[in-house]
Design a protein around this ligand. Sequence first.
Ligand SMILES: [Zn+2]
Length: 222
Amino acid sequence: MKVNESTYAYIWRDPRANNCNTYLFVSGETRCVIDPGHKAFLPQLFRLMAADGFPPGRITSVILTHGHPDHMEGGLELQKNGARLGISAREEAYLREVGPQFARMFGLAVPDLAVDFHLQEGELRLGAEHFRVLETPGHSPGSVCLFHEAERTLFSGDLVFAQGVGRTDFPGGDSGLLKRSIQRCRQLKPAALLSGHGEMLRDETAVERNFETVERAYFDAL
Ligand SMILES: [Zn+2]
C-alpha cells in the first residue's frame, strides 16, 4: 500500500509465521527495498509490489536496518537479481561473527553475505531524496534507522514499534544502548513511524505519544 508519494508499505500480518514489514522507497529510477524479509515469503512480497507497479526485476537497492534473518534473508535474493545491498559496517562484522549461530537457531542456511555499500551515520541519498542514517545499536550492534527528511518518516527497523521495543536478548543486544537509540530517534519528531514489525503510525501526535508510552512502559524494565 502507498504511504506517501515515495513510500510503499507491506505490513506483515500473518500470525502463523514470523516475518518483518517491508518498505519500498521510490524516487526517479531508484527503487529501494528496506528489509525484504524472509526468502520464503518473497513471492508474495513480489506480487504485492508488482500490483503497486514495481516488478521485482527493477529493484535497484536493498537496505537492511539490521542483519537478523527475518529482515535480511530475502535481500540476498534481490541482490542476485541485480540490486545493490547495503548494511552498516558494524552489522556486517557482527553477522560474520554470529551469522552461523543465528542461521542454526532459525534452521536456515548460513548466509553468503557480500555487501555492496555500507550505511553510516549521516546523509544518504536515494534518488533525489535525502535521508539521515542514524546508527541505533541496542537490538543488534549495527542496527540503523533511516529518516526521510522531506516526509519526516522514520524507518525504525527493530528499534521501536507501535507499543513496543526491540528485544535485546539476542547475542549483541544491549538495553542501555537501545534506550539511548530510541531517545535519539524521538528527538527527530518523526511524522510517521514505519517499524520492522507491527502496525505503522502515521501522524506526529501518534508517534510522539508512542515514544512516551514506550519510555514509560519499558524503560525501567530494560
Ligand atoms: Zn531483529
